[in-house]
Design a protein around this ligand. Structure first.
Ligand code: ADE
Length: 249
């Protein structure tokens, strides 16, 4: 039976998904709760990875080795990097890169040593399906979030962006830091702390991977304030709505 792994870092990012599983069963492994259940006839395992690349890689490996998932979707929030990526927008990763990987001069900056690459592509078919689901949710944001939250976060104007997402073990919370990332990686849309790690694990196992992020902040001096306000109120309902649209398609 095909089984999809759904991963978020924090509880606030996945709460709405967990609420909707009718039959979930908790399986604790390595200090994490893996929730096995069904949603619209699809078998899934949902888990909170915690924050950062190591936590994400461990979680992905357990999902594959212990729970036998055949694809993984990461969902959560990210900081906007490109000028046109605004709070409330969705970003679907087509490629992921570790912005804090640097084994130069032995290897090119950002290249993961012995992989011969810096960028790991996500699965095209899985990403295409998530893009369609995301567009369906963005077309009617008030159906997911209600009129009040839609207005407060200007989600009527929210857009879907697709391209490079960069990952590192740093919450980017200073305008100077996000400017440096933009300078080093001009095509980066958004920054987060787990995606490229899961992409590398899925690459190792030959497993399809996709990553969809809601932009919670602009990775600038007010990032921590915007992040906290946004995550609980917007991120998890949006993730749940997109996944629901994906499972129903
Ligand atoms: N996730 C959400 N916002 C972020 C930021 N500013 N930096 C890193 N990860 C994030």
């Amino acid at each position: 039976v095909p089984r999809i792994g759904i991963v978020s870092a924090l509880h606030d990012e996945l709460a709405a998904v967990l609420q909707r599983l009718p039959d979930e069963q908790r399986a604790p492994v390595a200090g994490r709760d893996f929730w096995c259940g069904h949603w619209h006839g699809h078998a899934l395992v949902a888990v909170l990875a915690r924050v950062g690349k190591v936590a994400a890689a461990t979680t992905a490996t357990i999902l594959i080795e212990r729970f036998g998932v055949d694809r993984i979707v990461f969902t959560g929030v990210a900081g906007g990097l490109a000028a046109h990526v605004r709070v409330g927008d969705l970003v679907l990763a087509r490629e992921l890169l570790q912005h804090d990987m640097d084994a130069s001069p032995l290897f090119a900056r950002h290249e993961v040593p012995l992989y011969g690459r810096a960028r790991f592509a996500t699965d095209a078919a899985l990403s295409d399906a998530l893009a369609r689901a995301a567009q369906a949710v963005l077309a009617r944001p008030e159906a997911t979030l209600g009129a009040g939250v839609t207005r407060e976060f200007a989600l009527h104007a929210a857009r879907l962006h697709q391209g490079l997402v960069v990952t590192g073990d740093r919450f980017v919370a200073a305008a100077a830091d996000s400017a440096a990332l933009r300078a080093a990686l001009p095509d980066a849309l958004a920054v987060e702390m787990e995606g490229a790690a899961v992409a590398q694990v899925c690459h190792d196992y030959g497993l399809p991977f996709a990553a969809l992020r809601t932009i919670s902040d602009r990775a600038d001096d007010s990032a921590h304030v915007d992040f906290s306000r946004f995550v609980a109120r917007v991120a998890s309902p949006v993730s749940a709505a997109v996944l629901e649209a994906y499972f129903q398609s």
